[in-house]
Design a protein. Sequence first.
Length: 405
Amino acid sequence: MVLHGSVLLWFDQEYAYAGCPNDNVKIGTKKTSIGIMKVGILTLPLGHNYGGILQAWALQQTLKTLGYDVVLLHRKHKVSLSENFNLFLRRLYAKWIKKKAGVEIFRCEKNVTIKNTTRFINRNFRIVTTNDSYKKVIDDLDAIIVGSDQVWRPIYADGHLDDFFLKFTEGKKLKRIGYAASFGVDYPEYDSDEKSMASALLKNFDAVSVREKSGLTLCSNMLGFANAELMPDPTLLLDIDDYRQIYKKCECPDYFTKLFAYILDPNDNTREIVDKISGAMGQKPFTVHSKIDDLKAPLIERIHPPLEHWLLAIANSDFIITDSFHGCVFSIIFNKDFIVLGNKERGMARIRSLLNTFGLEDRMMDINDRYQDINYSHLDWQRINKIKSNLKHGGRKFLSDNLKD
């Protein structure tokens, strides 16, 4: 019997997990028997973003069902002594001079704000930690998968875009695969150097798939790569029961209602639309979110709710209002009627492509149009679920076929 294994590579420059239970997992271990295949997955850093965490988890679970053993590689951010000292002084000033509530002097605030999602990550991924580059594990890998999420968008690559085109694997004999990689937008963002780099490195890939239809055009026209395929987000490769397992032991919080408003970028226009829907439905809206990016807010208000509560909120709702790509995805997975508020700042290409795939273009609203009609109609879930089933089959087949020797 041939055994398979895989390694999930996770690039991170923001923070390091404290007390990770799997820090003792060794990197660079040699193959223990003939026929073992090891596959690495490189995705964006996992932090507090529910969709980002779940797409990595879904890809991990899919690989497990295909027979692979998945490990998450975490690269620690090296913080200098001067950075730590300056941070200590800023906290002292905020706590004792400005009298700001909730400031913790000797504990990283970011680790506090993401403690709930960090707990989920530590419990649901086997984590390998390294202080250096990925080259320490390259010799043991037979293949690397890049994706999913916006791995090919420069602003999220944090100056390391070439990592997501696998430059660090040059000279190595292994398979290179892009799965549902996203540019995040439908127009070229790369400068001339980035185009040259990406175009050259894509030629080394054995298979490339993108998440959005616009990604096919960008691969072809911007990077000169015409062989990319369209594949679904990894979260669509699992079934609703897989996600129910995550929150099955959670009780529904008292503040939950049947109208879930998951808005990542709230403003006066989004609030007006939510209020309008709330009045029409006779339901008070609720959210599962925090002021995590508001540095002026008290620390207690910046702590991000558990991922389990986010999934439970979707499952418990009758109607969902969102401006989030994965908010739309999980509305579809859980068969919940929804509308999506167009958010140009976050990129509309991702959501347009998703809605087009399911024939749900009429669920998109323009947040700047206060007089547009709101679509409250019930969706044809039998038709939608059939499309999802086909997508799941295609995505799993792409992974299985391209990981074969």
